[in-house]
Ligand binder design. Sequence first.
Ligand code: LAN
Length: 686
Amino acid sequence: MRADAGFSITNVVDQEVAGMSADLEAGLDPVSQAEGSDPLRRGFSYLESIQGAHGGWTGDYDGPLFLLPGYIFAHYVIGQPLGDGDRSAFVMTLRRAQNDDGSFGLHLEGDGYLFTTVLNYVALRLLGVPADDPDVTRAHRWIHAHGSAAIIPSWGRYWLSILNLYSWEGCHPVPPELWLLPERAPLHPSRFWCHCRVVVLAVSYLYGRRFQAPLDPLLTALRRELFAEPFDSIDWRALRTSVCPTDRYFAPSRLLRFANAVLGQIEQRMPQGLRAKALAFVLDHIKHEQLTTNFIDIGPVNKALDTIALWSAEPHSDHTRKAIAAMPQYLFDCERGRTMQSYNSSELWDTGFIALALAESGHASEYATMANETYRFIDENQVLEDVDQRERYYRDPSKGGWPFSDRAHGWPIVDCTALGLMAALALEPCSNRRIEPARLLDAVDLLLFWQNDDGGWGTYEKQRVGAWLEALNASEIFGDIMVDVSQVELTSSAVQGLAAARAHFGDRIGDERKHRIDAATARAAPVLRALQRADGSWEGNWGICFTYGTWFGICGLLAVGAKPDDPAIVRAAEFIRAKQCADGGWGESHKSCIRREYVQHPEGGQVAMTAWALLALLSASPQRHRDAIQRGVRFLCERQLPNGDWPQQGMTGVFNRTCMLNYRYYRNHFPLWALALAAKNGFSLG
Ligand code: LAN
């Protein structure tokens, strides 16, 4: 388990968090004040003071409120008791996330969802909090005012069924036999977006076995608490299509309803032998995922589910022991308390941006040790090999890629690969070590491999099925989880990475590779243009939202050779400029992601979004937007704390349209990068 810089869980447990953040915001950290009024030096000195011994930056990556319950459920189901320290820390963390009306949001800033209110309610009860506790009672009231756990969305049903608090009969079928379909079939789950695919994998195993935890007195009590009717008299089948309206992001498509009906029929006639074969197949794939990620697994949801699946199959094996032992790698102590994070870390991503900001500032030689260590982290976390039998396990190549967290996790990602490559190139002159050119060219080749047929790039893999398959999204709560389609951030990052490599290597890149890069770049341009909206913006998928997307859109077009006076870039910059707040900053609400149109942040300028807007305008045309840029620069400088940090504000990240995330270092590296670029363009940071 790790912790935020200067943070310890004993502090969290013992002290009021509000008081602590006030200290942090007052800038009482021991960082030297000697950097005077130079915001760049102050900012880098602050980062230098909290750089990890491994060269990377470790930080909070919290936000979703359905992850920690999974951690607690997994321990309960496999009978692995949590230590007292974990227990009390978790109770406090869960309480802190509760809304005033007793509900829990899908994420920390969200209004109540039945999904998360039920999961957190059950989690608190399994941690030993009594039913008459005031917070538990408030949650209970909210649950019953919203139709009870009977109409929880499907992901909640899976969890409750595993806990023996729901019937698998109330779930639409998730048969493991789907994996035995011919691989050419468009419905084969190997074609799904990897995060969706691994969840389907684990759920299909548990569903296929109708796995349920043994009933005990606490679970029996919960069966009474969660439903309006007696548990045994519930008509589970009739509930399959009823989902609480607060949680429903979109209505099920006709294709999905048809597929559910067909699967329901097949499930009733499934031959035993086929089921056994399918379960063995799925278990083998789960094991492969665990073995190739050092038991971290690609994400927190399949980590918890896979651990239960393995335990149910072989409770005493060495493999299961290792899967359980790796669970705390997702825990992190941050201001909210002890959380289960959204990934095992965001280290490569943050360290990469810090590298770019430092290089842009021209101060890298002053921070020689920090620069060198940063480079070492980038070096040591490139993925060097493909996974074992990658095609059999539906994996793209990995060699040469960079992951979002670290090499141990191992799943490389398109934009993380581009970032790792750019960070390596940017810091190489300041480092006393050197990543072999062949390894950097592996990254180039992997980026080229990943380009989709439409000319764009998706997140982890080359697109495997048409976007129409999105119609089979059965999650109810998340948008766009089925297909890894081309997106603005990924396409922009890939072409920027390729352009950086081409510029760095010159003729040494080789004629053949040069032609491939040129062709790839030319094919990317129309995709970027097609994704731009009529108002000049791009919708972001992984950051909030149009500010983030438009920054990537502009830089992507520039990387494919568009000129700053290209009408698409002019319109995009105009879109950004028009959104500047009265305080000189830019602030976008997370509601933009859900509504899919720009919504201003109620609190005005936000540090990270201001930095994205400035990076966008400075890249597009520093001259045309001088006044707006100068006001934005002033906003960032004024908000910087005496210790060089910036205050923690609202959420900056998102996934699958509805769930928000906190990227702890976005308040540092993006402002520093923007200020560095502003200084380079002659703006005053005074
Ligand atoms: C992430 C984190 C990193 C993020 C970027 C690299 C920033 C992005 O540019 C591409 C998409 C990616 C890799 C991404 C995808 C979705 C993730 C993995 C997450 C937001 C972190 C958590 C989330 C994951 C899906 C959470 C579990 C929930 C499910 C719906 C399975």
